[in-house]
Design a protein around this ligand. Sequence first.
Ligand code: NAP
Length: 289
Amino acid sequence: MSVILEAKTLKEQKAKEMAARVAGLSSVPTLAILQIGDREDSTTYIAHKERFAEKIGAKTILKKFPTDVTQKQIVSEIGFLNNDKSVHGIIVQLPIPLALDKDTVLNAVTPEKDVDGLGAVNTRKFLEGRVDAVVPATTRGILALLGHYDISLEGKKVTIVGRSTLVGKPAAIACINEGATVTVCHSKTNHLKKETASADILIVAIGKPRFITADFVKKGQVVIDVGINSPMLGKLDDEPERLPKVVGDVDYNKVHTIVDAITPVPGGVGQMTVVSLFENLLDAFGRQR
Ligand code: NAP
């Protein structure tokens, strides 16, 4: 019987602690969210952020832009928010339209308010393993979840599938910083199953519904499923009509009977990502006092 690494209890515990912290502050920690376009998934993620902010007594300001917004307009808006003392964190909801240069946009956010930790200054600090580095929210969430279940990374062999700047690479750096030996796999990796099955801890972030099945894993492993996908993309022929709202990159039903521990989707990493974003906001607020 595997342990289900659910985030609910930890999320509630952290929300209570954060609400108490916010209640004791002289002003309200405020997060500005820039949304370019109106992708449905982005709108859902933003709604989760707004709800969590409300729960802990923080504030969010949503700035919406059409998909044809110019880079100059976005950079100028970020510049305005950088100088606004009532705003403590700024995030640009990803993905953004290809016509905009992602690096330029992300680097326009002043490092003090870069609570996603995706700008060049923070990335450098994070690479160096500095204590004042902002750990990108999904990675911070993974670390928190592992810590909550007393799963140490030190000395472990970790395999990460996915090398994105948003998830795979930061997760790899964090695991190295925590003393793990890390293998990062991607679409060009040969013998992927061999790499995944040889890990103590397997972290999957590829964006392919239920891609990791029984033959990718082995007994004794911890599996962290970062994926959030529409189940329609990976619908199986024998599946009942009532599909779940989202599914992970791991075929939970086939894998959980084999491994020692696994995160559910939903209810795992995604929940912790929201919490960690606001932990980053409160840290930024503290540094700006
Ligand atoms: P991404 O930017 O599309 O990157 C996907 C990565 O997976 C790439 O490195 C790609 O390899 C690799 N990949 C794709 N197909 C593969 C295959 N068949 N075998 C091995 N590697 C493969 O995606 P992302 O932004 O990292 O997101 C990944 C998933 O996590 C998505 O489902 C997303 O919705 C989810 N997500 C969840 C959270 C959360 O809070 N839980 C946060 C962010 C993202 P190449 O580099 O070679 O192309």
